[in-house]
Design a protein around this ligand. Structure first.
Ligand SMILES: [Zn+2]
Length: 555
């Protein structure tokens, strides 16, 4: 039977036989091509030299792998002056020369590789009944054709940098705002590299960027025709930084603003009176009714389950705890704990979402200096603005302890500090924040801070109204307000705002454009974040060319 319906767009094949086992479907076929021509001289060959079969992996049927075994011919070229004696018929449309998989399967695997990278892509490919190796997938990724040149030339682009490795080396990402996709990944942020690229794209009219000087000069030189647009978010950030410097210069005034926090609630007092009370129970967190939260939780659970399965699979293959921990980026005690059981243990809190996470360095150093009391540390964190619960600190410390060697210090349940009223002064950062925040978005506590700092220094009121005007001007894109604002800031007597205004004048065209244009650099940063995710799945041995292909060809 001829199978054009089964395999359209390919050479005619005769289906001889189908063999089906539990794991494999094998289709034995014979090529029916006629009029085969010699690839060198183009003459039709008729004399068969020999036959042999090519075995090709194809897309799976459900859980079964599919194998095509195709009988093909080797033919003589009988043209006297042709240098070629024999040639093999090609399976055009079905598989490339020498390939051991069909084009359809190769393409499917290449997509898996682009989306997941070599290692994870190979694991997923295995699960989808089309087993392959990570190395093969990487070869497929590298075969990705360069993006077909866009129908219309690039017109509006965004530029941002990204850290290649721990911030020691940087690259440059360029995106196309109109088509909302990355267009190029450059391996550095040298002016020359960027200028060369820009000169190959003379149609660029608009470029969004942040306010880092590294790019401004290169963009001006490489694309003098283009209008640069400063990023609005960074304008606001620069304003906040200027105000922070203002407060850094007035520490004494800032110290006068005292923040009081009363720690002594009824239960805390009871604990203080009974210092040997046992640890608070680590209550199971109530499930929120929000289905999205439940879904996220289920997703995390599935991810942990997959890692758990991998740990056991690697152990069965004879890998040591240390090797497994390194390969899967897990703590060794976790590997050990997981291998001691055949069911995934319940997650013990989520350090990545813990409210204590911002104080991780502080907690670690206190722990190492010998303080193992969660309550003591809870008091200390609250004095620094921590709003989480005491069990939250407990969970965090348990995680920390677990990540350390066995036999390390255990948690100490005796409280060290009696509950008390603590006061501390506002930080320059907090003081700058309340000046730029919209008044109706301030928490009651922050409103009190605002009132108090406005009372400390006459200039604060000037700084406050300038800050609020600037925020409104940027968020509502009121370009006409820019010149009056710059003049007011320059004559305000607030040194930091005057300097900020001067720096805006130095970048005037791009700043003014930011207050009129609908474009901003936010999408570029979104793509940089996606790049970081891709980079993380490459386990730190990311080759630049692979990273580039995966970023430019999102699956
Ligand atoms: Zn020939």
């Amino acid at each position: 039977m001829i199978v054009p319906e089964l395999l359209p767009d390919t050479i005619p094949l005769w289906l001889d036989k189908i063999e089906i086992t539990d794991t494999v479907v094998e289709l034995r076929m014979t090529s029916q091509q006629a009029g085969l021509v010699c690839p060198d001289c183009g003459q039709v060959a008729t004399r068969t030299h020999s036959r042999y079969h090519r075995t090709l992996a194809d897309l799976p049927w459900g859980p079964r792998q599919v194998r095509l075994v195709v009988w093909v011919r080797r033919l003589f070229c009988d043209r006297p002056r042709c240098p070629r004696r024999t040639f093999v018929e090609s399976l055009q449309g079905l598989a490339a020369r020498h390939a051991r998989r069909t084009q359809l399967l190769a393409e499917r695997q290449r997509q898996l590789g682009l989306a997941n990278g070599g290692e994870a892509g190979a694991r997923m490919s295995q699960r989808l009944s089309m087993p392959t190796s990570a190395d093969t997938l990487l070869r497929q990724i590298r075969r990705t054709p360069e993006a077909d040149s866009p129908a219309a030339p690039l017109r509006v682009i965004g530029v941002d940098d990204w850290a290649f490795r721990h911030g020691q080396r940087y690259g440059t990402l360029l995106i196309d705002h109109e088509r909302r996709r990355p267009v190029e990944l450059l391996p550095d942020r040298e002016p020359k590299t960027l200028i060369d690229w820009l000169r190959q794209h003379p149609g660029i009219e608009i470029i969004t960027r942040d306010r880092a000087q590294v790019y401004i000069d290169a963009l001006t030189e490489g694309a003098p025709q283009a209008q640069q647009i400063a990023d609005r978010f960074h304008l606001l950030q620069n304003l906040r930084e200027a105000l922070e410097r203002f407060w850094d210069r007035h520490p004494a005034e800032l110290r006068r603003v005292r923040i009081r926090r009363t720690l002594a609630t009824a239960s805390e007092t009871a604990i203080a009176q009974n210092p040997l009370e046992t640890a608070p129970k680590l209550k199971k967190r109530p499930l929120k009714g929000n289905s999205q939260v439940l879904q996220q939780r289920a997703g995390r659970r599935a991810q942990r389950q997959a890692r758990f399965d991998e740990v056991h699979a690697l152990a069965r293959q004879g890998h040591s705890h240390r090797q497994i921990a390194r390969q899967l980026k897990l703590a060794r005690p976790t590997v050990k704990r997981w291998l001691a059981t055949d069911q995934l243990p319940r997650s013990r809190g989520h350090p990545e979402t813990s409210k204590a996470e911002p104080w991780a360095d502080y907690l670690r150093s206190r722990w190492q200096s010998g303080c193992h009391s969660p309550r003591q540390l809870w008091y200390e964190l609250r004095a620094q603005g921590y709003t989480g619960s005491e069990p939250g600190v407990w969970r965090w410390l348990l995680k920390l302890r677990e990540s350390q060697v066995e036999g390390g210090p255990i948690l100490d349940v005796r409280p060290r500090l009696p509950p008390t009223v603590q006061t501390y002064s506002l930080s320059a950062r907090q003081a700058a924040w309340v000046l730029v925040r919209a008044p109706d978005k301030l928490k009651p506590e922050e409103q009190t801070w605002l009132q108090e700092i406005r009372g400390t220094l006459a200039l604060t009121s000037t700084a406050y109204s300038l800050a609020q005007q600037f925020v409104t001007m940027v968020t509502a894109r009121q370009q006409a307000e820019l010149d009056p604002w710059l003049q007011a800031a320059e004559s305000s007597g607030v040194r930091e705002l005057r300097n900020f205004a001067l720096s805006l004048r130095g970048d005037y065209s791009a700043v003014a454009a930011a207050l009129a244009s609908p474009y901003s650099n936010g999408p570029t940063e979104g793509h940089v974040n996606r790049l970081k995710l891709v980079k993380r799945t490459m386990y730190g041995r990311a080759k630049f060319d692979l990273l580039r292909l995966r970023v430019l060809h999102p699956a």
